[in-house]
Design a protein around this ligand. Sequence first.
Ligand code: NAD
Length: 283
Amino acid sequence: MAIQRVGVIGAGTMGNGIAHVFACSGYGVVLCEVYQRFLDRGLETITKNLDREVAKNKITIADKTAALARIKPVIDRQKLSDCDLVVEAATEKFEIKAELFRDLDRLLQPGVVLASNTSSISITKLAALTKRPDKVIGMHFFNPVPMMKLVEVIRGLATSQETFDTVRELAIKLDKTPVEVNDAPGFVSNRVLMPLLNEAMYAVMEGVATPQAVDEVFKLGMAHPMGPLTLADFIGLDVCLDIMRVMQEGLGDPKYRPCPLLVKMVDAGWLGRKSGRGFYTYP
Ligand SMILES: NC(=O)c1ccc[n+]([C@@H]2O[C@H](COP(=O)([O-])OP(=O)(O)OC[C@H]3O[C@@H](n4cnc5c(N)ncnc54)[C@H](O)[C@@H]3O)[C@@H](O)[C@H]2O)c1
């Protein structure tokens, strides 16, 4: 099936970036949220990011206008029914995604691929909730989506070769680089990255060093473009905690225990950049 119209669920950090790249690559996008204010915020971010691309001469004003015109914001999920593929980028909670996958399976044409941008939840488990497990796949973009080249393409146990090829080709059309990964908690990216971020948090909690000092060590000593605590703030501390918990439960190894400081900060509503406070404060 030729893909022309793509549904994106969630207009948060990742959903607005995913809508942005599909729209810039010429796809019609139906962007679905739970509340109008989240849609407005998502579209505001997309507009701001497109403006930045215009200022850098990466795109023209006409490209920006055309991209925005391709995005149809909706609250009513029913309006996704004519999409050729859907990428789910809703909150990283199994119950939220489970409800969505069951309902989207009912709503969408039988041949439509259902992709999840989940960072850690089992694609196989989400697929098993639908009547189209062969059409369910992970399409894991990275933040900020318009800039990051990687898409981890995750095969669930039942994902068909046809579905895998469709999503791989789609990633290439978005000017991304797909990398094939099998389904396991945290896949490759977060399986390796999150324990690093979590350990950096332990170092701060135990008074080994300040967040600034930990970040300097990684920037100057390991040539990381940003330190682990800046990165954790950028990803969202709630997202980091959810991923650690999925890996702790799914892999059953105590080494994935979330740092108590992370738990405490999330309890306090200190979610990083998006809430204005995390390991650093943001205006
Ligand atoms: N933040 C990152 O760096 C990052 C990177 C890669 C993947 N991810 C994954 O992407 C997904 C989204 O993460 P995020 O950081 O964008 O989270 P976010 O909290 O910024 O945004 C999630 C959005 O989903 C919306 N939502 C929740 N339930 C919904 C529903 N039923 N229908 C429509 N919208 C709904 C929320 O209103 C919210 O705006 C998660 O699965 C996360 O693990 C995040």
